[in-house]
Write a protein that binds this ligand. Structure first.
Ligand SMILES: NC(=O)c1ccc[n+]([C@@H]2O[C@H](COP(=O)([O-])OP(=O)(O)OC[C@H]3O[C@@H](n4cnc5c(N)ncnc54)[C@H](OP(=O)(O)O)[C@@H]3O)[C@@H](O)[C@H]2O)c1
Length: 263
């Protein structure tokens, strides 16, 4: 095992993931129908440390693992998020790990990320903020009270390196970049607030790398083959980071390889 856990890098080469959680893990994955979300559900369901996985998405997913329960949630509707949290609470009580793996970059047809100011419009900017920022925050509002208070627990939201203000050299993608930057700020806020009620809880913004999914496919041609991750490797990388982080990392923004990304 080779662990790094400094302020600038968290990364581990351990083969058994999730050993840092003291208890059998009750996990919730939001965006379970997505490329990365689905791979996370699968990877968690294979892990002996995981007791159950609540796989939440707009439409139920089909799966055949006994430890996985599929349920619905629409991040654009707070009532749906609250109802989903209530059902999860009734089924499993406390939660040890919440991963928000939903997101919006383009709609697959008419709307592509903005290359210039001329392309901005209210509707798609609002959609980006609704799904990438407000939805995860409302998930935090309704699900964080269910986090276990006695031992390590993690709330992780998938952000994107392009949401880093310091890292922005190319411009463009206004709605996506701005909504992920706002998500990052929200994660830092949540980390601060959570220390008051959940002393062992860790809040993270995670960059998954460029992963072969519906979201990235229109842009993946410009990515070298070696830099394009498959969803299952990505899920394992993210779980490895989640396993390696400790309280000193809460509120931070980390890439899939454990390196810290500047906000
Ligand atoms: N793929 C990459 O290269 C990459 C790079 C950097 C960051 N990320 C981030 O990683 C996360 C996952 O992306 P992905 O690549 O797995 O994308 P994806 O395959 O397109 O999955 C997106 C997920 O978001 C869900 N979603 C969208 N709107 C929703 C809503 N209103 N309520 C509930 N769920 C909603 C989708 O549900 P439906 O199936 O119902 O549409 C789907 O499950 C995103 O936050 C993305 O920004 C991805």
């Amino acid at each position: 095992m080779n662990d790094f856990n400094t302020s600038s890098q968290v990364c581990s080469k351990r083969s058994v993931a999730l050993a840092s959680f003291e208890r059998p893990i009750r996990a919730v994955v939001i965006g379970a129908s997505g490329g990365i979300g689905n791979a996370l559900v699968w990877a968690l369901a294979q892990n002996n440390k995981v007791k159950c996985v609540q796989a939440l998405s707009r439409a139920p997913i089909t799966q055949n693992q006994l430890s996985v329960q599929s349920d619905i949630v629409d991040l654009g509707n707070e009532n749906s998020i609250a109802a989903s949290a209530n059902r999860v609470a009734n089924r499993i009580g406390e939660i040890d790990l919440i991963i928000v793996a939903s997101g919006f970059l383009h709609d697959g047809s008419d709307f592509q990320p903005e290359k210039s100011l001329r392309a901005l419009n209210t509707e798609t900017l609002q959609r980006a903020f609704t799904i990438n920022t407000i939805g995860p925050l409302l998930v935090a509002k309704h699900f964080l009270p269910l986090l276990n208070r006695e031992s390590k627990s993690v709330f992780a939201a998938l952000s994107a390196r392009v949401g880093s203000i310091e890292d922005n050299r190319l411009g463009g993608w206004y709605g996506y970049r701005a909504s992920k930057a706002a998500l990052n700020m929200s994660i830092r806020n949540l980390a601060i607030e959570l220390t008051r009620t959940h002393p062992f809880a860790i809040c993270l913004a995670l960059h998954p790398g460029t992963v072969d999914t519906k979201l990235s496919r229109p842009f993946a041609r410009s990515v070298r083959h070696a830099s394009l991750h498959d969803p299952v490797s990505c899920a394992n990388n993210l779980l490895d980071v989640i396993d390696t982080v400790s309280l000193k990392n809460t509120g931070g923004f980390y890439a899939y390889d454990g390196t810290q990304i500047p906000y």
